[in-house]
Design a protein around this ligand. Structure first.
Ligand code: GBH
Length: 450
């Protein structure tokens, strides 16, 4: 059986994604202030092999070459993130001119190459000065974030046609503040729940500030995946349901429905009802990042089974992520399950119905560490995009897809060990080499436009 050639409609929008800390480097240049990731990387044992984002892909200096790679790839749109400490070195006060100038150069060269810039305001690199004042545990950061959004709209709304507020608030909450495997490395357990609320409120306030500053076409980039119970036992089903609420609906329901999943609002600080009306400010589209489904069971107390992305979880949790067997795995160990991609999109449609705005897939991709001969990445993308095409045929309104990532880059606590790029980066020479998957993606884009 030969599969049908894969192509999408001519209006479907194709992109690639990156984020500031993962590619820019130049962390002390152009007046940039320190971020929580600079601090975290400097702490021994936090990041694999002691890797840091100090140089990363040197994109701060090589952005023109990277824009040329995207132009040749043929993408319509590029998702990157602004580095908050480059724009406001201490997270408050007047903008840093050199930081704004860098993003001016990037945005102008994208536009000159016929690529639409689609920036994210925040992809986890909190200014360290704000972290020192409590970071995302403190409500004050939502005011700082609204000011930051106002600065960005004032400078870039005339040239930026698509915006997103926050990347994966669930990951910063859980990995950054609950279990401590990401910056700022705090292990607050369930006490981290206010971090979720403050990111959501910051999101809502930023949507309003961006619009007030003349920006439009605004969304969020939120990570979602099906949670599957480890068995049919009531204990496993209950544990999986709780986990599902915590990682999926705690973040999507407030934005799309203006409410928390049952009972969860009570754990949140501040005037929650009032905040929810800001959090649910209507979006122009919803951005969904998706990687892999998660299998969850009731706790067994066996530390070997209780891990996520290699980050150990604290004891005493009411659920336990388990390894999902029976599927191929990426080199990061994540299962390859295209049907789960279709499933989460269908679940969104069922759960939110008419309240679901058009969807963009703001991240999807895999770590395959085979250098430029990355046929396994092509297989992954082919499978996931076929699942996406089917879902669109079934009438779910998905307008575009951003592959993660343009370049191999700094993969957070895994350092440079995991390669997600369509383009190989030699970190010694900074040489970029398009992989087989880059050529495959370019052909897919060309075919889809016919
Ligand atoms: C995104 O995070 C980030 O936005 C991006 O910066 C990052 O580089 C990229 O993805 C790749 O990691 O152990 O099988 O249960 C995604 C984070 C990925 C966290 C999937 C949870 C569960 C996989 N998520 N992971 S599994």
């Amino acid at each position: 059986m030969t599969a049908e050639p894969l192509a999408f409609g001519p209006d479907f929008r194709w992109g690639v994604s990156t984020s500031a800390y993962q590619i820019e480097g130049a962390v002390t240049e152009g007046g940039r202030g320190p971020s929580t990731w600079d601090t975290f990387c400097a702490e021994p044992g936090r990041v694999l092999d002691g890797d840091t984002g100090a140089v990363a892909c040197d994109h701060y200096y090589r952005y023109a070459e990277d824009v040329a790679l995207m132009r040749d790839l043929g993408v319509d749109v590029y998702r990157f993130s602004f580095s908050w400490p480059r724009i406001q070195p201490s997270g408050a006060g007047p903008a840093n001119a050199a930081g704004l100038d860098f993003y001016d150069r990037l945005i102008d060269s994208l536009l000159a190459a016929g690529i639409q810039p689609a920036p994210t305001l925040f992809h986890w690199d909190t200014p360290q000065a704000l972290e020192d004042a409590g970071g995302w545990t403190s409500r004050d950061i939502t005011s700082r974030f609204a000011d930051y959004a106002t600065i960005l709209a004032g400078r870039f709304a005339d040239r930026v046609p698509m915006w997103m507020t926050i990347n994966e608030p669930v990951v910063l909450t859980l990995l950054g503040y609950a279990v401590g495997g990401h910056a700022p490395g705090r292990s607050l357990g369930f006490e981290a729940l206010p971090v979720a609320h403050h990111q959501l409120l910051a999101h809502g306030r930023a949507v309003q500030a961006l619009r007030a500053g003349g920006a439009s076409n605004i969304g969020i980039a939120s990570n979602h995946a099906p949670t599957w119970p480890a068995s049919d036992s009531p204990e496993d089903v209950e544990a999986a349901g709780l986990y599902d609420n915590l990682v999926n609906w705690l973040f999507a329901d407030p934005v799309l429905l203006g409410e928390y999943p049952s009972g969860m609002g009570e754990a949140m600080p501040g005037p929650v009802a009032e905040d929810l009306s800001v959090i649910s400010t209507p979006l122009d589209w919803f951005g969904l990042n998706h990687y892999a489904p998660v299998l969850v069971g009731a706790p067994t107390g066996d530390p070997d089974t209780a891990a996520t992305d290699g980050i150990p979880l604290p004891p005493g949790l009411p659920f336990e992520p388990r390894p999902l067997e029976g599927y191929p795995k990426t080199d990061f160990g994540w299962p390859v399950v295209p049907d789960a991609f279709a499933e989460i999109l269908r679940t969104f449609k069922t759960r939110y119905g008419d309240r679901l705005p058009p969807i963009y897939i703001t991240e999807n991709g895999c770590a395959i560490n085979d250098g430029v001969d990355d046929q396994r990445r092509i297989d992954y993308l082919d499978g996931y995009l076929r699942a996406l095409k089917q879902v669109i045929a079934d009438d779910i309104d998905v307008r575009g897809y951003f592959q993660w990532s343009l370049l191999d880059n700094f993969e957070w606590s895994a350092g440079y060990s995991q390669r997600f790029g369509l383009v190989h980066v030699d970190y010694k020479t900074q040489q970029r080499t398009p992989k087989a998957s880059y050529h495959w993606y370019r052909d897919l884009i060309t075919q889809s436009r016919k």
